[in-house]
Design a protein around this ligand. Structure first.
Ligand code: SF4
Length: 325
């Protein structure tokens, strides 16, 4: 049971899970790569999680697919949520569902009467060709613009994202999608557009991206002390953001790839611990070093440390090419 009591008290939003993993296998998704079976939690567990939260204006289900599993299980969860909603345990709930949820209009009605306020669903593309390429067959059951419209007409918020695959799609195809959305007043705008990582990951190995990012970071630290104007500093900050931002999602996939599955939690925990430790210790250490040696020396020290680390990444290439144990 999550220790909600450790977080600062909030009445706005609380997070709950009723299942793990996904019953679909979309080609671009990390869930497909992890290849784990869909698991549904029992109703008592969900009830305990909601009780442990205390009253929240919105209970958000973090499941990959809230609609996964047998339909009888979905009906039982709707009945439980209706009961808890009528008891005033929360002000509303929201969840991530796959497009097959919308194929039956009764599902929206049931969700609405049990206190649902909205959904997130991965639209990814309005093109049937692209959805087929993504192996997103559940999104081919009905036109996606009709799904969005039916959800909005039921009085429920509809959030979604689009994925642009620049390896397979042309720019004019992407523009046609955005033109289609903007020209359609009956559907909402996407909450996000994603495309950069598939493009990078398709062409480059994780170790190469990691090494490139570290070399670029070291170079930015080396030249930063010479940045004499705000524009030069902004340019350096932009390059730094680009280098660190490009590699960040790959760190998680590399951790999963390199670590045996039964030690994933340990690896992610160690990563969080290292980040928190460095966030506490480094400002203090750099403050001391900056006072003693000057700010430029701090940049160069950091640059040298990151640059030296990039050599160690070369040794990881063999590990990346071997399957995790
Ligand atoms: S439905 Fe969503 S979570 Fe499931 S595999 Fe597809 S993208 Fe991933």
């Amino acid at each position: 049971m999550p220790r909600h009591d450790l977080l600062p008290a909030s009445r706005i939003i609380g997070y709950v899970e009723s299942s793990r993993n996904c019953n679909f296998r979309c080609s671009f998704c990390a869930m497909t790569a992890e290849d784990r079976a869909f698991i549904a939690y029992d109703l008592d567990d969900i009830r305990r999680q909601i009780d442990a939260l205390g009253y929240r204006q919105c209970v958000m289900f973090l499941d990959q697919n809230f609609f996964g599993g047998p339909r009888s299980y979905f009906a039982a969860r709707m009945a439980l949520l209706k009961e808890l909603f009528e008891q005033g345990k929360f002000g509303g709930w929201a969840a991530l569902v796959t497009a097959d949820f919308f194929a039956n209009a009764d599902n929206l009605a049931r969700a609405r009467e049990s206190g649902c306020i909205g959904f997130f669903s991965g639209v990814e593309s309005f093109s049937r060709v692209q959805l087929t390429a993504f192996n997103k067959k559940q999104n081919l059951l009905q036109p996606q613009e009709e799904i969005i419209q039916s959800c909005l007409e039921a009085g429920l918020v509809f959030h979604y994202g689009l994925i642009f695959d620049l390896v397979e799609q042309r720019i004019d195809e992407l523009l046609a999608e955005t033109d289609f959305i903007v020209a359609n007043p009956h559907i909402t705008l996407p909450s996000f557009l994603g495309f950069a990582i598939p493009m990078l990951a398709h062409r480059l190995q994780e170790a190469s991206v990691l090494r490139g990012a570290m070399v670029m970071t070291a170079a930015v630290f080396a030249i930063y002390p010479f940045a004499a104007t705000p524009w030069m500093m902004a340019g350096c900050a932009m390059l730094l953001g680009l280098a660190l931002g490009a590699v960040q999602p790959m760190i998680m996939s590399a951790l999963h790839h390199l670590t045996p599955s039964h030690r994933h939690g340990e690896a992610i925990g160690f990563r969080s611990m290292a980040i928190n430790l460095s966030s506490s210790v480094m400002p203090l250490g750099f403050g001391l070093a900056g006072t003693a040696l000057g700010p430029a020396a701090v940049f160069w020290l950091m640059g040298a440390a990151v640059g030296a680390g990039s050599w160690a990444v070369a040794g990881l290439k063999r590990a990346f090419s071997a399957p995790a144990g």
